[in-house]
Design a protein around this ligand. Structure first.
Ligand code: HEC
Ligand code: HEC
Ligand code: HEC
Ligand code: HEC
Ligand code: HEC
Ligand code: HEC
Ligand code: HEC
Ligand code: HEC
Length: 412
């Protein structure tokens, strides 16, 4: 081979390399960035493509326990039983995922979740039995009597479908019946791709729904000593500790999850928060739950990991006195409203008279809040957002009832 042809070959080769380099440099940076080798191995094609399209989705997944354990995109995104299939760039995926896409690997947890009020009763709180099969209702009623066998909430008719879809359902669809026959979603607490226990243990996660004047759990927690300590010491806690070995060395300040779900220091972890609740505090007039004694023992056992019995018994004794006193106050208001109904002075549909709202706010805002706060350390909510409101609305309710009777007499 002559010197001339070697020279041409080298020049052309160099030109090609330089050209490729320049072309590559001109491409947007996101196109040249590849996921790490381990990560492509674990998740293959989907990640390669989607890292360019939605970096956030892939990055959240990359940080998850699933990625570390080799659970890949398709493990969740393949169509499960009863799910609609869709051709997708050489794969078949499901278009909509549910708890059904998690249960294959977490069946025990799904079963616990199914027994809880986060499942069917959450949905039935809005729509009653509508959308649930008779088997689903029968199953849930075994564990949550009266939770699903009930009529739709009067607000469904009074406020209309769009208010339900963008309001109530956003929180209550945690227990929505899915087309594939399963119930609910796991991702409200774990997110779709993070799949993290650390996220689920944060108070703000529960506070997506547990907030506002009718269930002020986050506001109560934030003002409690527990909430204050959490704000001060969050960075010292091991929020991502393994649930099976979680101890007070990892979590020495409790969050919502610690008291209602975690298995701290070897206690039983649960996806059914009812297991530790002894009263129906959300009801207008609270009664004891069927599992009152067992539930109270379960919760007190959690407190005992950090406190002495004297302190715990004091909290429970005082809180149960608030429950009794709130019941008396709500029953007195209820008597007045029942009297009006009996005498034919309130004959319209629900929520058509000002007094309907006074009574509803009295128990649904003030009554509930006083009871919740007494158990969870929120003095301001027992008093100013609780008992004070109960007193004020009782006076207002009496006044409205008197007016109704007077105007009725005048029109006779
Ligand atoms: C060649 C690139 C490519 C590959 C490979 C790919 N996707 Fe996609 N994916 C897309 C594009 C583009 C869209 C948005 C348009 C669409 O819906 O097709 C999308 C949309 C999606 C959606 C939303 C669909 C919807 O209807 O809401 C999901 C979920 C999804 N992909 C998951 C996956 C999974 C899981 C894999 C691997 C099994 C995968 N993708 C492989 C390019 C890709
Ligand atoms: C732990 C299960 C799980 C894994 C693993 C998983 N996903 Fe998802 N993904 C979900 C769920 C649940 C949704 C919500 C689907 C729905 O709206 O019904 C979702 C939604 C998506 C969407 C639509 C996002 C949006 O906001 O529009 C894309 C795209 C997607 N996943 C891609 C991927 C890719 C790529 C991977 C792997 C790198 C992956 N997923 C791994 C559970 C998972
Ligand atoms: C293919 C099986 C598989 C599927 C499908 C699956 N997981 Fe997992 N999941 C696992 C494995 C394996 C682990 C790791 C268990 C361990 O480390 O002990 C895990 C761990 C977890 C953890 C604990 C993470 C941590 O930080 O310790 C959560 C939470 C979780 N999964 C939620 C989900 C949710 C929600 C879905 C559905 C959207 C889902 N998983 C779907 C197999 C799966
Ligand atoms: C911000 C989230 C959120 C919205 C919006 C919301 N709820 Fe709730 N709801 C909750 C939470 C959380 C509880 C649990 C309260 C408790 O146990 O203390 C609850 C409790 C209930 C209860 C009492 C529990 C039961 O099963 O009887 C009913 C009834 C109810 N909601 C109906 C509705 C209706 C109807 C709407 C819309 C008009 C609605 N909720 C809007 C979060 C929400
Ligand atoms: C109300 C919020 C909530 C919902 C809904 C929820 N989880 Fe969890 N989950 C948690 C919390 C909190 C923990 C951590 C408990 C602890 O502190 O140890 C957890 C822990 C887990 C773990 C780790 C358990 C272990 O022993 O390693 C898995 C897996 C898991 N959840 C899967 C699911 C699945 C599957 C669903 C749906 C059927 C689901 N979760 C629904 C809050 C939730
Ligand atoms: C997506 C909304 C949502 C999230 C997130 C959520 N919850 Fe709930 N929760 C509800 C609804 C709705 C109810 C009321 C169910 C009913 O009784 O109708 C409820 C009820 C409860 C109850 C009362 C159960 C009973 O037996 O009366 C407890 C306790 C509870 N949730 C704890 C938690 C904890 C702890 C977290 C965070 C780890 C959490 N929730 C996250 C919506 C949510
Ligand atoms: C220190 C432990 C502790 C913490 C932290 C805690 N709770 Fe509670 N919670 C309780 C106790 C105790 C009760 C009353 C139990 C009973 O009925 O016997 C209760 C009651 C409730 C109820 C009322 C259920 C009903 O019957 O209406 C809900 C809902 C709830 N908590 C949610 C939360 C949420 C959300 C957080 C975090 C923002 C939280 N809790 C933080 C101990 C705790
Ligand atoms: C994971 C540990 C932990 C758990 C579980 C726990 N607490 Fe606490 N609690 C604390 C810490 C830490 C403080 C702040 C102690 C201090 O002032 O040094 C505290 C403070 C309190 C206080 C305020 C004491 C005062 O006089 O300032 C009360 C009351 C209380 N807890 C009640 C309870 C009850 C009731 C339960 C169970 C329903 C419970 N706690 C569960 C850690 C915990």
């Amino acid at each position: 081979m002559s010197f001339r042809s070697v020279f041409i070959a080298v020049t052309v080769a160099f030109g090609l390399i330089l050209g490729a380099f320049l072309v590559n440099r001109a491409r947007p940076q996101v196109e040249t960035e590849q996921p790490t080798a381990d990560f492509v191995l674990a998740s293959g094609k989907c990640a390669e493509c989607h890292a360019r399209l939605q970096y956030s989705v892939v990055h959240e997944y990359e940080m998850s326990a699933h990625a570390k354990r080799g659970v890949n995109c398709l493990d969740c995104h393949q169509a499960g039983q009863g799910q609609q299939k869709k051709e997708h760039h050489g794969f078949v995926i499901a278009t909509h995922l549910t708890a059904g896409n998690c249960r294959g690997c977490h069946e025990g947890i799904y079963q616990e979740f199914l027994r809880s009020r986060h499942a069917a009763p959450s949905w039935a709180a809005i729509y009653g039995e509508k959308g649930l099969t008779s088997d689903q209702v029968a199953f849930s009623e075994q564990y949550q009597p009266g939770g699903t066998k009930r009529p739709p909430h009067p607000f469904v008719a009074a406020e209309g479908a769009s208010a339900m879809a963008s309001g109530c359902e956003q929180c209550h669809s945690i227990g929505k019946p899915n087309d594939d026959g399963t119930i609910g979603t796991c991702t409200d607490c774990h997110a779709r791709h993070t799949s993290s226990v650390a996220l689920a243990r944060l108070p703000t996660t529960c506070a997506q729904c547990h907030m506002g004047p009718d269930h002020s759990q986050i506001e109560i927690y934030d003002e409690s000593k527990h909430g204050v300590m959490f704000a001060a010491q969050e960075k010292l806690l091991k929020l991502d500790a393994n649930p099976r070995t979680l101890s007070t060395r990892d979590m020495f300040v409790p969050t919502c999850a610690t008291c209602h779900m975690s298995g701290i220091n070897g206690l039983k972890v649960t996806h059914d928060p009812s297991e530790r609740l002894s009263w129906y505090l959300a009801d207008a007039v609270s009664s004891k739950r069927p599992n009152y004694l067992r539930a109270q023992a379960n919760m007190k056992q959690v407190c005992e990991q950090c406190h002495t019995a004297a302190l715990i018994d004091r909290v429970y004794t005082q809180a149960e006195q608030v429950v009794a006193s709130t019941n008396t106050k709500v029953l007195a208001a209820k008597d007045i409203v029942d009297g009006l109904h009996k005498d034919g002075l309130l004959s319209g549909p629900p929520f058509s008279q000002p007094i309907d709202f006074t009574y509803f706010d009295l128990w649904h805002y003030d009554g509930r809040t006083s009871k919740h706060a007494a158990f969870m350390g929120g003095a301001d909510f027992v008093q100013w957002h609780g008992n004070y409101g109960l007193l004020e609305k009782t006076v207002e309710l009496r006044h409205q009832a008197d007016e109704l009777r007077r105007s009725h007499e005048a029109h006779k």
